[in-house]
Design a protein around this ligand. Structure first.
Ligand code: SF4
Length: 339
């Protein structure tokens, strides 16, 4: 019998007020566990099973053994006689990019031009951009916009567009094939319920959800939880939505996110680089979930996205996201989503 229980390095326990999670950063999943098991896995991580039994006065040997067997059966850990041979992974987060993602909004009255924005973001080596059309652009306008990304530094384009019967799956697949950077197309306000199509690593979504303004953003749900090494480690140190993000709202104002009230000037008046280097613009990048009320006690805080645009108390910029229905003190979703 091997004497020590060891969690796989990619399986990280996170303590909440009422319960904890083990976040599996390799399989992008999580397991709910009681806080006593969190304590065993962290405070007593380097003790043998016999030593752990003794910590609890040998009163709960069977229960502790059952917990460990459960974790082994779910492939979160294993037994070993050499636990120090399995060091923890680093939870540092680094990026060479000053901006990692941009969100640009358009409605039918928008006058800002992508031809002004794309070269500036490319010069900043921004890898990902989301273009959100709250209306239905023509196919010609779409292709003209996509042509602007030729010979740029972008790696990934995501498109959100209003429904038109011209946007058949076949047409959209052709767009994905023609523009290698185009990764996802979401067609909103469709007459049918949701359809998801996977084309190799790319995707097309048809949804009857009406994405007709920036107010559709900021929803918090287990559906959006992400447990991978990149997002988990970023969330340890930075804001899981706003870090290295730049937004341009439908009127052309530069913001941390198009839903926010505060702007840093109009795209026609100020270079994006100047905004990105502004320390006031960078302030929200560093607000991680450990600083946000309620979230700091939540077991999901490193796999959950944040929202600083819609907060529960508009007078407190550190209050929890307004669209979150989870109460970490009662371990309960108000809207009955079960986890
Ligand atoms: S309280 Fe809500 S928003 Fe905060 S980390 Fe938990 S689930 Fe996410």
């Amino acid at each position: 019998m091997k004497n020590y229980f060891v969690l796989f390095a990619c399986c990280i326990p996170v303590k909440g007020h009422s319960r904890s999670t083990i976040c599996d950063l390799q399989r992008n999943t999580f397991e709910l566990i009681p806080n006593i098991l969190y304590e065993i896995l962290t405070e007593h991580a380097h003790q043998s099973m016999q030593e752990i039994f003794a910590v609890y006065d040998n009163q709960y040997n069977e229960e502790i053994q059952e917990y460990m067997e459960f974790l082994v059966s779910k492939e979160y850990g294993f037994y070993s006689n050499s636990p120090l041979h399995f060091p923890k992974i680093s939870l540092d987060w680094q990026t060479p990019f000053s901006i990692t993602n941009a969100l640009i909004d358009f409605d039918e009255q928008s006058t800002h031009q992508l031809s002004t924005i794309v070269p500036q973001l490319s010069a900043l080596y921004c890898p990902t951009i989301e273009l959100r059309f709250f209306y239905t652009p023509t196919l010609t306008a779409l292709t003209e916009n996509l042509e602007l990304f030729e010979d740029t530094a972008f790696r990934c384009i995501q498109l959100i567009i209003g429904y038109h019967h011209d946007f058949s799956a076949e047409r959209l697949v052709k767009l994905l094939q023609k523009y290698p950077r185009l990764q996802n197309i979401t067609v909103h306000s469709t007459p049918v319920s949701s359809i998801n199509l996977k084309i190799r690593s790319k995707g097309i979504v048809f949804t009857n959800q009406k994405i007709t303004s920036e107010a559709c953003c900021g929803n918090i749900s287990p559906y959006y939880f992400t447990a991978n090494i990149s997002t988990f480690t970023e969330a340890q140190h930075f804001n899981s939505c706003l870090n290295r993000k730049i937004g341009i709202d439908k009127r052309g104002y530069i913001k941390n996110c198009p839903s926010m009230n505060k702007n840093f000037g109009h795209i026609d008046d100020i270079p994006l680089k100047q905004v990105v280097e502004n320390v006031h613009f960078q302030k929200l990048w560093k607000v991680n979930k450990d600083q946000v009320l309620d979230c700091q006690d939540c077991e999901f805080r490193y796999i959950c996205y944040d929202c600083r645009a819609y907060v529960a108390n508009p007078n407190n910029e550190l209050s929890k996201p307004a669209k979150c229905q989870y109460n970490p003190y009662e371990a309960r979703w108000e809207d009955q989503v079960t986890t």
